[in-house]
Design a binder for this molecule. Sequence first.
Ligand code: MG
Length: 252
Amino acid sequence: MISLKSPREIRLMKEAGRIVNLVFKEVEAKLRPGMSTADVDKLALDVIVKEGGIPTFKGYGGFSGNICVSVNDTLIHGIPSKREMIKDGDIVSVDVGVTKDGYVADAARTFLVGNVSERARKLVEVTEESFWHAVDNFAKPGNYIGDISHAIYEYASSRGYTLTRDYTGHGVGRKLHEAPAVPNVGTPKTGPRLKAGMTLAIEPMLNEGLVDLIVLNDGWTVKTKDGKLASHYENTIVITADGYEVLTMEDN
Ligand code: MG
């Protein structure tokens, strides 16, 4: 069942999204080599608490962090740790869910730390571009989830990257994960139709090498099997009467 949110619910999600965006600004300002991924988690938690939010991921399915911090060959779900240090040249994905007044917003950015290689920079760039390509062209009433999935896949794969079918974007709002799934691989004109009031977390996840992934024994950390880099970009959007609006960016 795909829920359509009322204007009041959208306002509440925007407020949660405002806090998610503040976390990204804080991380962007402070992230540097020598920090641990637990330090990044602490930066995020401080912002979320100060703004009256709740870190949605904490305790979700037993997840121990407040946010996910995924470095280099970790695609998603990195568990913040005092032992994992961030180095010059790393790419660091920060995935943040915030709940406020019962409503959830979810987004991710991959940050470049210091002197990042050209190939890493390109991967991160294309990940973000694939999101915008998909939503700008297809996020409007009457189109299909499959149109968005296909657009992400087409944009990224034509530039040489691979995209897993094992993890997807999702509906979001009253809960962290709602229907429908929003895969990063798909067929045009298939899947649910987009309607005004649908709220979706759309999240391209790109590998620079093979598509194969492994999950570590901690039950969470998802890494590329070949050890090559991976990148993640996500926003929560709402489908509007004539397009979409992003709920997890500054000017919303
Ligand atoms: Mg998500």
